[in-house]
Write a protein that binds this ligand. Structure first.
Ligand code: PGA
Length: 259
């Protein structure tokens, strides 16, 4: 898979049906002015997926992602949704390993490794999140921490499987806090991640992997982040809930066109 310029909106658990429709529609309408090949992915709650996927079907720049999937393909798992089910309604991406799921739903490395494999087997592209806690950053252990996250779930994939993966570096201390990582901090970690990929899967894979930054990304700080050589785009939470804010971030990504 080739490296892409990408902006992903993670709505988390927000927007009832009609609100979601309006937001997805406004984002689509606002895209008419972007001619550059930017991939925009909206990740709404499950109830919106089928509708938004069908709205976006004809638009090559737009795609839909889920925020989670279950690791087993089917069966007696009350309340869960499989990767194949997501794919069957037109979903193309799935976020895996978001820090909120790691923390609040106790998702550990082995489960995330299974989720990655099942998502890819079903034809979804995983957006794999990694990133350190504040205490880890304060102890300056962030690189070892992220390396372990990658090694224990992501690097179990074959080279072919890995080629489907998008990585999102999201320092936990920056998520929803208004305190984004500085462009230099983010770039340093993105470069570190790319180097780890090069060691594991080779230079070609490293150069072709899309690595997004996430954590309080907004219209004010996006341009400086996107100007960094190893930051291909953003995974946006809070600012994806308003079409205008989200589109401004897309516009910043389009303005700095690297490849
Ligand atoms: P935020 O969330 O942009 O609200 O910080 C990002 C995320 O959790 O993906």
């Amino acid at each position: 898979m080739q490296r892409k310029l990408m902006v992903v909106g993670n709505w988390k658990m927000n927007k009832v049906y009609v609100e979601g429709l309006i937001l997805a529609n406004t984002v689509m309408a606002g895209l008419e002015k972007f001619r550059r090949p930017i991939q925009i992915v909206l990740c709404p709650p499950f109830i919106h997926l089928q509708t938004v996927a069908s709205m976006y079907k004809e638009h090559p720049q737009l795609a839909v992602g889920a925020q989670n999937c279950y690791q087993a393909p089917q069966g007696a798992y009350t309340g869960e949704v499989s990767a194949a089910m997501l794919r069957s309604v037109g979903v193309e991406y799935v976020i895996i390993g978001h820090s909120e799921r790691r923390e609040q739903f106790n998702e550990k490395h082995p489960i995330l490794a299974e989720k990655l494999k099942s998502a890819i087997a079903a034809g979804l592209q995983p957006i794999f999140c990694c990133g350190e806690w504040l205490a880890v950053r304060e102890a300056e252990d962030q690189e070892a921490f992220v390396q372990q996250q990658l090694e224990e779930s992501l690097f179990g994939l074959s080279e072919e499987e890995f080629s489907k993966v998008i990585i999102a570096y999201e320092p936990v201390w920056a998520i929803g806090t208004g305190l984004s990582a500085s462009p230099e901090q983010a770039q340093a970690m993105h470069r570190f991640i790319r180097n780890l990929i090069a060691e594991k899967y080779g230079d070609n894979s490293a150069q072709n992997t899309t690595i997004l930054y996430g954590g309080s990304c907004n219209a004010e700080n996006a341009a400086a982040l996107f100007a960094q050589a190893d930051i291909d785009g953003a995974l946006v939470g809070g600012a994806s809930l308003k079409a205008e804010d989200f589109l401004q971030i897309v516009e910043q990504r389009a303005a700095i066109f690297q490849y």
